[in-house]
Design a protein around this ligand. Structure first.
Ligand code: UDP
Ligand code: MG
Length: 310
């Protein structure tokens, strides 16, 4: 029987893990795949690790535990590296990714797709302001990046070994998984479903966390902000040339009646603002390069029951 690896990042999920395993097992009873769970404890401050150790008496449950919280992206990476199945799926621990969909997803894989993703068609139960910003983000990123990102697409997906190997070949430190998943290409299809609420526990995302996540997505997958900075600089240079010519000629013709203090202040503010904005954008990209060149590992594993994982 082919093997299915289920990669699950877990941060403070003590309440959900057992429910998760039970539910996945129950919903995929007829799936002709040999399942192995790979839990990555992302530096939880609750009893998640204890629960994992308890679950790991069952032979098909593996876990890794980080030395601190490194974020979901790092946990995903560690999980994908550890997973050795012929097929790999990535799921949240809170059952917001409906496990029964795995059956349908596997059917699609058998039809010949390499990747079967999922997308939420509703965002019920989510604060409207969060939905609004999420929608705006997807509109923006799809305009300014060549990598297509599907609105509502979740990390929840089923991939073939080949796809996972390709993703693991990307060695960049700043990992924006949604983008990387899409960047590698392959035949992909999306299945839609209605949003679900968490079974237990609370979300670990706050508003600013999401804003930061979006900015990362843009900076990692688009050069457009840099071009905007250049364009703005060019525009204000052009404007200064025209104004320079205008004042020069006016002075020649009519003399210089010392005036124009407000316009001067406005121009100074405008140029100063543009410069700071451009510097800020440059800084964002430089910070990425800085992190990239340090070649720090994405995570540090403190313990686990998986052999041969780096
Ligand atoms: N998660 C993680 N590290 C973090 C934050 C979250 O591993 O720093 C995991 C979390 O345990 C869950 C998944 O990522 O399995 C999604 O998190 P959450 O449900 O909080 O996000 P939401 O569904 O609200 O987007
Ligand atoms: Mg969730």
């Amino acid at each position: 029987m082919p093997k299915l690896s289920i990669v699950v990042p877990a941060y403070n999920e003590e309440e959900t893990l057992e429910l998760f395993v039970d539910e996945v097992n129950k919903q995929t009873i007829n799936l002709p795949l040999k399942k192995t769970f790979y839990f990555i404890n992302d530096g939880s401050t609750d009893e998640t690790l204890k629960v994992l150790k308890k679950l790991a008496v069952s032979e098909n449950i593996k876990y890794l535990s980080f030395s601190r919280n490194f974020g979901k992206e790092a946990a995903l990476l560690a999980g994908l590296k550890a997973a050795d199945g012929d097929f790999v799926t990535v799921m949240d621990a809170d059952l917001q990714d409906p496990p029964e969909m795995l059956n349908e997803m596997y059917a699609k894989i058998l039809e010949g797709y390499d990747v079967v993703g999922t997308r939420r068609i509703s965002r019920d139960g989510e604060p409207p302001i969060r939905s609004f910003f999420a929608k705006t983000f997807y509109k923006l990123i799809n305009k300014i990046s060549d990598t297509e990102m599907v609105d509502g697409a979740r990390d929840f997906r089923l991939m073939t070994r080949q796809v996972v190997d390709s993703i693991l070949e990307l060695e960049e430190h700043n990992r924006f998984s949604k983008g990387l998943f899409s960047w590698v290409g392959f035949d992909t299809t999306y299945l839609a479903y209605e949003n679900r609420e968490r079974v237990a526990g609370t979300t670990s995302w706050n508003f600013w966390g999401l804003v930061k996540y979006s900015v990362d997505g843009i900076v990692n997958f688009s050069e457009v902000p840099l071009n905007i900075a250049t364009f703005l600089g060019f525009l204000s240079f052009l404007a200064s040339l025209i104004m320079g010519a205008f004042y020069f000629i006016r002075t020649l013709l009519w003399g210089d009646p010392v005036a124009g203090f407000p316009s001067m202040i406005i121009i100074i503010l405008l140029l100063g603002g543009l410069q700071l904005l451009s510097l800020g954008i440059l800084g964002k990209y430089m910070a990425k390069i800085f992190l990239e060149t340090k070649k720090r590992p994405n995570y540090i594993i403190k313990e686990g029951n998986i052999k041969n994982s780096d």
